[in-house]
Design a protein around this ligand. Structure first.
Ligand SMILES: Cc1cc2nc3c(=O)[nH]c(=O)nc-3n(C[C@H](O)[C@H](O)[C@H](O)COP(=O)(O)OP(=O)(O)OC[C@H]3O[C@@H](n4cnc5c(N)ncnc54)[C@H](O)[C@@H]3O)c2cc1C
Length: 494
């Protein structure tokens, strides 16, 4: 009977797997290179200000509810539904577009720029919703043992959806809408996946359906890190131990069997099963030394954009901003097409702004705001030198001041900036890529790094760069998929 599990990494994928395995009767030990749990789902607290460090919203809350049901525990955190879901500002257009879930209200936002918007939107969402219904349980929530099994499963999805696999999000939007602004706004889902609408397959328009119809967007009362706090509080009464500041750098093999992992201090950690929550592609290359994942091959894979994140404690209350705001320029096609490979100057980057203090006043001192700005930028393959970081950050603050009509620059009390190198070093993110491997057709399903190891029977993977993909709900699904695999492989009873 299996007794012990070692989980390398305490991201959401690792944490949710730990609770699932503990429920099956495992003694779980977790190792984490950082000094706190959560991985990218983290928190920054300084001088009375609290910021969500990475994720600041999410969709598909039902995946968290399913997780709670699976482990038979109510997690002590509370979702806050965002309304509007988000707000988009486009340079040169002197108004904001509020993205409401209420379709009638949303239609009012666009009726002057897109004739018959409501009818077109309904038709677009009907198609995306049908794809969601036809594929979510059949593909997203399934393990595949081989490419053959994956392709066979795809044949069970009605053929009418097939073109969405081969055309881009942008081309799909072109079919329904004429206004550039509408297309830009609905194509932001591709950026949520860390990519651009020109190289993200149209199957991901199902995210437009999940945001507007099926679920919405949510934050958490007290900030996103409450999810991690809640999980850790539940773990306190369980057979789960976490060791921080412990990085796995090597492994031990005997007679072709994995017999342990070695940390930076030379200590060997042994268990009956091992689950890697570190990036599933990077770990195979860097730690397991697999030639299929050497640096050259990793560089040839498609990675998502890297984050440049700016955390500002600001004196005063900033008008004209919601919880969740996008600021785009007036050269969307050029920018989205070139940003990836650093072929456009970052003088005026596109960016996202989150104000945690809007919904959670306790996250900033009285009369202040905690502002988090995220610029998706080229990863370290394409831009390794960040000596121009201050200039870029100043431009963003200047731009935001102009566009909100509030002098942010002269009211900054606290400023912390994380560039892609910092993100890379903090959590072992390959080339600083923020969301891990991208989701083109060659990197999803059975084409994505598998959640079981090619060589060692006792080794598994969980998280954003294995199946099904990136983002908080996907990572929670990933923990379910890997647990199902362990149950099946070892004949355990769930
Ligand atoms: C800036 C930013 C904004 C984002 N915004 C959103 C959002 O709004 N909504 C959303 O849904 N998603 C968002 N994401 C994506 C989301 O954060 C990730 O998909 C998810 O958190 C990944 O979880 P994970 O468990 O796979 O990996 P991680 O969170 O990366 O956890 C892996 C853990 O393993 C540790 N580790 C790595 N290597 C080793 C090793 N060798 N030894 C020991 N420990 C190791 C790392 O330190 C880390 O703690 C965002 C990501 C970023 C970077």
């Amino acid at each position: 009977m299996l007794k012990t599990a070692l989980i390398i990494g305490t991201g959401l994928g690792g944490l949710t797997t730990a609770l699932r395995l503990e429920k099956l009767g495992f003694d779980v030990v977790m190792l984490e290179k950082f000094n706190r749990p959560g991985g990218r789902l983290n928190i920054l607290q300084q001088d009375g200000f609290t910021f969500d460090m990475g994720p600041s919203f999410f969709s598909m809350t039902y995946e968290f509810s399913e997780f709670e049901k699976d482990i038979d525990v109510k997690l002590p955190f509370e979702f806050i539904e965002l309304d509007p879901l988000y707000t988009v500002n486009i340079s040169g257009i002197h108004r904001s577009f509020n993205i409401f879930k209420d379709i009638k209200k949303l239609s009012k936002e666009f009726e002057d720029i897109e004739p018959e918007f409501e009818k077109k939107l309904e038709s677009f969402l009907k198609s995306a919703g049908k794809l969601f219904d036809d594929s979510y349980d059949k593909v997203v929530k399934q393990n595949f043992n081989s490419i053959h099994a994956f392709l066979y499963q795809l044949t069970k999805i009605p053929f009418g959806h097939a073109p969405k696999m081969f055309r881009s999000v942008w081309k799909e939007l072109n079919k329904y809408f004429e206004s550039d602004e509408v297309k830009q706004i609905f194509s932001l889902v591709a950026f949520f996946l860390g990519s651009t609408p020109y190289d993200t397959p149209a199957v991901y328009t199902l995210l437009n359906y999940t945001e507007l119809i099926h679920n919405g967007y949510y934050n958490v009362n007290g900030g996103m890190y409450k999810i991690v706090d809640a999980i850790i509080s539940v773990m306190k009464n369980k057979n789960i131990t976490i060791h921080y500041n412990t990085e796995i750098v090597d492994f031990k093999e005997e007679q072709d069997k994995l017999v342990g992992f070695i940390d930076q201090n030379g200590k060997t950690w042994k268990a009956d099963v091992y689950i890697v929550n570190s990036d599933a592609a990077w770990f195979r290359g860097k730690v397991l030394q697999r030639s299929k994942y050497n640096e050259k091959k990793l560089d040839a894979m498609k990675w998502t954009l890297a984050p440049l994140t700016i955390y500002l404690g600001v004196k005063g209350k900033i008008p004209n901003l919601q919880h969740h705001n996008y600021f785009l320029g007036n050269n969307f096609k050029e920018y989205a097409g070139k940003i990836f490979k650093n072929k456009i100057k970052l003088e005026k980057p596109y960016y996202y702004v989150n104000i945690l203090s809007k919904l959670n006043p306790q996250s900033a001192p009285k009369g202040c705001e905690s502002l988090y700005i995220l610029c998706p930028v080229p990863d370290l393959r394409f831009k390794s030198d960040w000596s121009d970081q201050d200039e870029i950050v100043d431009n963003v603050i200047q731009d935001l001041s102009l566009r909100t009509g509030y002098d942010i620059k002269n009211n900054v009390i606290l400023k912390t900036v994380y560039n892609p190198t910092i993100w890379k070093n903090m959590f072992n993110l390959y080339r600083g890529s923020g969301l891990g491997l991208a989701h083109d057709m060659k990197q999803i399903g059975a084409f994505r790094p598998k959640n079981f190891d090619e060589k060692y029977k006792s080794l598994y993977y969980v998280g954003a760069s294995t199946v099904p993909g990136t983002g908080l709900p996907m990572v929670v699904i990933s923990s379910k998929l890997v647990t199902q695999r362990i149950i099946k492989d070892y004949g355990l009873v769930s």
